[in-house]
Design a protein around this ligand. Structure first.
Ligand code: ADP
Ligand code: GLC
Length: 490
């Protein structure tokens, strides 16, 4: 199959979270399964052209693309995604993408991604490459399904091109005033209360993507059910309910070429489930990067995260006094909302033998924490899939999670299973989104850490899990087939 994969972030070029990891890894696996995949992303100024060997796609030349009545000049650059034959195309439009961040609060944020969506379609036209499926990811790509069926429907090349809309996080909906519809040159008549483009009196890119795609997916089965409810749907639940026959959950995989303690280039000591002694060396190495004293009997609880409400840091804040009384050390890497950055900075200064925090984005340190920590905390209020708990399992870094979305699908609570005589648990989890439940669960993990044999068993169970992309990529192929059948009307 010919698959165009479109997203606003792709690792290692530009990344704020798990979406980038997914778009780097999934296409490689799809290609290995015999598909022909091309990736499309914006060319941000923060992408290093030389390092990543970007070259201009000379067969395309300059593309004039109109947004909000202005013609913008667009070029296309090209490269191969890391260690593979998969082509990645960069939509280069300095006017919109040469900014300090991938996502902005600038008044023309809508225009940036209108341009991106149009430019992807026009690049396909100039390449004369008609995909069977355009796989759209998150709101930044949400206008593509409608453009294909409306503004560009004159081009018969797309007659059989289906679209799949993947939701990586339903809270991000790309909502703008209805004037944005004119900027995109879409039909104003499609905007009316309850109509396809209208979402609580705004124009939503994500809703548009959902309405006009043949198939909709999200990144775990539990989340696919959750987003049909008012609690998790962020207002989109009614729309999704009416499309529930077309909505599927496909769990993200992990790229074990990058996230595997047996060969991770970012960690000093490699190890596997058969011999964990080097994990302790990584712990010592990690501790040296911090101001914490080394004590092999004290568990390190690691956090690597965007510091936002989604990730449950309000629960951490609620339980913080109790958590700090536990016999453990904390290594935290993250950036995001001021209040959480401040909370961890203050803790790190006031109890430097217990807490160390690095505020910022640091991929190498993320790998080191996975390797050196004993536990990994992810108490998310909601979690579409979550990748760090999957990486943690592989690194023998026992995850402590709230049982929601992909966390519920990937982490099995040790004590819950053990109570049924089952010794296959690989982590610790809790249901209630309260500081109390969080604290008692972390305490349970810290206490279990002292039972060396049990701990080792929990680690091994996790390390032997296989969340590689193979299985999920095959599920996507099935969805692509469903989508193309639907598009062809059978
Ligand atoms: P989300 O996409 O919601 O942020 P995921 O768990 O799916 O959550 O993916 C997060 C990804 O981003 C992981 O690869 C994680 O290692 C990485 N990450 C998050 N915060 C940081 C940070 N501050 N520094 C380095 N990597 C980070
Ligand atoms: C989003 C979600 C996260 C998911 C990632 C990749 O950022 O918050 O749970 O793993 O997308 O799908």
């Amino acid at each position: 199959m010919k698959i165009a994969m479109v997203a606003a972030e792709v690792a290692p070029y530009a990344k704020t979270g798990g979406l980038a990891d997914v778009i780097e890894a999934l296409p490689k696996t799809l290609e290995k399964l015999g598909n022909d995949v091309k990736i499309f992303m914006p060319k941000y100024s923060l992408i290093d052209e030389n390092k990543h060997k970007l070259t201009y796609e000379s067969t395309i030349g300059e593309m004039p693309i109109r947004v909000n009545g202005h013609i913008r000049s667009v070029h296309v650059q090209k490269s191969k995604i890391n260690g593979s034959e998969v082509d990645i195309y960069f939509i280069d439009c300095p006017h919109y993408f040469y900014r300090r961040h991938i996502y902005t609060m600038d008044p023309d944020e809508d225009e940036r991604f209108i341009l991106f969506c149009k430019a992807v379609i026009e690049t396909l036209q100039r390449l004369q490459w008609a995909p069977d499926v355009i796989h759209c990811n998150d709101w930044q790509t949400g206008l593509i399904p409608l453009f294909i069926k409306d503004n560009y429907s004159w081009d018969r090349m797309f007659d059989h091109t289906a679209t799949l809309m993947s939701i990586h996080n339903i809270a991000y909906q790309g909502r703008f005033p209805n004037q944005t519809i004119q900027k995109a040159e879409l039909k104003g008549s499609l905007y009316y209360p309850g109509g396809p483009l209208e979402f609580y009196e705004t124009f939503s890119f994500l809703k548009t993507g959902i309405v006009y795609s043949e198939i909709i997916s999200t990144v775990s089965e539990t989340y696919a059910h959750e987003i049909l409810t008012a609690e998790y749907g962020f207002g989109m639940e009614k729309e999704l309910w009416s499309r529930r026959e077309d909505l599927f959950g496909v769990l993200n995989g992990a790229d074990y070429e990058q996230w595997n303690p047996e060969g991770d280039p970012f960690i000093p000591y490699h190890y596997s489930a058969a011999d964990l002694s080097n994990k302790l060396m990584n712990k010592e190495y990690l501790i040296k990067q911090t101001h914490l004293p080394f004590d092999k009997n004290k568990p390190i609880i690691g956090i690597v995260s965007r510091l936002v409400a989604q990730k449950g840091f309000d629960l951490v804040a609620e339980a913080i006094n109790d958590l700090m009384f536990l016999d453990a050390q904390w290594v935290i890497l993250g950036s995001g909302e001021d209040k959480y950055e401040e909370m961890f900075t203050i803790l790190s200064r006031s109890i430097p033998d217990k807490v160390w925090a690095y505020i910022g984005f640091n991929n190498e340190l993320a790998h080191l924490i996975e390797a050196g920590a004993d536990m990994f905390l992810m108490p998310s209020r909601y979690e579409p899939c979550g990748l760090n708990q999957i990486y943690s399992l592989k690194y023998g870094t026992v995850p402590i999670v709230r049982k929601t979305g992909g966390l519920a699908d990937t982490v099995q609570d040790w004590h819950e299973l053990q109570a049924r005589g089952d010794e296959t648990g690989d982590g610790f989890s809790f249901n209630d989104a309260t500081g109390f439940s969080l604290h008692t669960t972390v305490r349970r993990a810290v206490e279990t850490f002292t039972e060396k044999k049990t701990w080792r068993k929990i680690q091994e169970n996790g390390m032997n899990r296989d969340y590689s992309w193979q299985v999920s990529a095959k599920k996507y192929v099935e969805l692509y087939e469903k989508a193309t059948k639907k598009r062809r009307g059978n």
